[in-house]
Ligand binder design. Structure first.
Ligand SMILES: C[S@@+](CC[C@H](N)C(=O)[O-])C[C@H]1O[C@@H](n2cnc3c(N)ncnc32)[C@H](O)[C@@H]1O
Ligand SMILES: [Zn+2]
Length: 328
C-alpha cells in the first residue's frame, strides 16, 4: 500500500483508517476492521447483499478477458469513452478521481496518463487485481490506490474528491439512488460526477425479448447456469432520461450534459458480440475501421433528429455538485 491510502476512509463511518500489520486496516473511529488481501484493502461493510456477492464473484471470474470480449478497444466503443474523458482535460495535475466499478482499469489508466491521482475501485477483487496489473505494466501504479468497495458506500471522506467516474456499472447496482447520494457526499463543491455508457430502457422491452425468444427456439433445452451471466445485467431495465433527472434532483446536483450513444451501432455491436461468442478469443472478428467510422458518423447524425434521438442505446451523463447550497 502507498501513501495515497490517506484518501480512503471507513465505509461505515468515514473515520480515518490505519494499517494494523500487512493484512488488516482498522477504522480509528468505529474500530471496524477490514482485511487487506495481496495489498488491496477490502473496504466492504460486514454484511453485503447476496446480489452484490454474486456480482463480485461473476466479475472476478471474467476479469482477464472482459475488455476484449466487450470490444472496449474497438473504435465504435472507444470513441465514446474518449468523449467522457474530455471532462477531465482541464483538471490540474494531482486532482483526485475516484473510479467506481472500474473493472480492469482501462479508464483509470487514461486518467493517470492525464496526470490525475486515481482511486481505482471495484466490488470484484479479481477486477481490482487486473487493474493493478495493468497499472504496473504501464509503470503507473504510483499514481493510484487500489481498493475493493461497494459503489453505494464509497470509502472516502466527505467532500474529498474532484471527480467520480463510473462507466457501465450504474446498472449493476441494486440502488443507483444510493450511489448518487454517496457520490454527492464525497464530491468537493464544483466536483464532477461522470457516468459513462449506461443502457437506455427501450431495448429491454423490444430487442432483448425478441432475442430471448429466438434463443429459446434454437436451444430449447439450454439452461443458463448461475454464474454464467451477471445478475446486474440480468435484472436491469436500463435508464430513461427522467431517471437521471430524478437522481440528480434528489441530490441537488446540476446536470452538465447527457450524451446519446449508438443507434445503428447498438444492433451492429450485438451482432458482432453474438458472432464472437461462438469463436475462440484469439479469432474474434470486427468491422474494418473505415466502416466503424462511418457507423459512428451516422449515429452522431441520428442523435440530432428529434424524437428518433430518444432511441439511443446508451447514455453518458455528466453532473456537477454546485459550489453553494443555493445551486450555483
Ligand atoms: C460492465 S463492468 C464495467 C467495468 C469498467 N468500468 C469498464 O467499463 O470496462 C461493471 C463493473 O461494475 C462492478 N460492480 C458491480 N456491482 C458493483 C458495486 N455494487 N460496487 C462497485 N462495483 C460494482 C463489476 O464488478 C464490474 O467490474
Ligand atoms: Zn468506522
Amino acid at each position: 500500500m502507498n501513501d495515497l491510502m490517506s484518501f480512503l476512509a471507513c465505509p461505515l463511518c468515514r473515520g480515518s483508517l490505519t494499517s494494523v500489520g500487512v493484512n488488516r486496516v482498522e477504522c480509528l473511529s468505529c474500530k471496524a476492521a477490514y482485511p487487506v488481501k495481496d495489498g488491496i484493502p477490502i473496504l466492504l461493510p460486514p454484511k453485503l447483499d447476496q446480489f452484490k456477492v454474486l456480482e463480485a464473484e461473476f466479475h472476478s471470474n471474467e476479469a482477464d478477458y472482459f475488455a476484449e470480449r466487450a470490444h472496449r478497444f474497438s473504435y465504435r466503443v472507444s470513441r465514446y469513452h474518449d468523449d467522457y474523458l474530455t471532462c477531465f482535460s482541464s483538471y490540474q495535475e494531482g486532482a483526485v478521481v475516484f473510479v467506481v466499478g472500474g473493472g480492469g482499469g482501462l479508464e483509470a489508466c487514461r486518467l493517470k496518463d492525464m496526470g490525475l491521482t486515481v482511486i481505482e475501485s471495484d466490488i470484484a477483487v479479481g477486477m481490482v487485481k487486473r487493474a493493478r496489473r495493468r497499472a504496473v505494466d504501464d509503470g503507473q501504479n504510483a499514481r493510484a490506490v487500489f481498493v475493493v468497495c461497494d459503489a453505494e458506500q464509497l470509502p472516502c471522506p466527505d467532500q474529498s474528491l474532484d471527480a467520480i467516474l463510473i462507466v457501465g456499472a450504474l446498472h449493476h447496482l441494486p440502488s443507483p439512488g444510493r450511489f448518487f447520494a454517496a457520490a454527492n457526499r464525497a464530491l468537493k463543491p464544483g466536483g464532477q460526477l461522470v457516468i459513462g455508457f449506461e443502457p437506455n430502457r427501450w431495448p429491454y422491452y423490444t430487442v432483448m425479448p425478441v432475442l430471448k425468444f429466438f434463443s429459446r427456439m434454437l436451444h430449447p433445452y439450454r439452461k443458463i447456469n448461475p454464474g454464467e451471466i451477471s445478475i446486474g445485467d440480468m435484472e436491469t431495465k436500463g435508464f430513461v432520461e427522467t431517471d437521471f433527472e430524478s437522481f440528480i434532483r434528489a441530490e441537488g446536483l446540476k446536470k452538465v450534459s447527457l450524451q446519446r450513444i449508438w443507434y445503428l451501432g447498438g444492433f451492429v455491436h450485438l451482432a458482432i458480440l453474438y458472432i464472437n461468442s461462438k469463436r475462440p478469443a484469439e479469432r474474434m472478428i470486427d468491422l474494418p475501421i473505415a466502416l466503424q467510422r462511418a457507423l459512428v458518423a451516422c449515429d452522431d447524425f441520428l442523435s440530432r433528429i428529434p424524437l428518433l434521438r430518444r432511441f439511443c442505446w446508451h447514455w453518458t451523463l455528466v453532473a456537477q455538485r454546485p459550489y453553494t447550497d443555493n445551486g450555483l
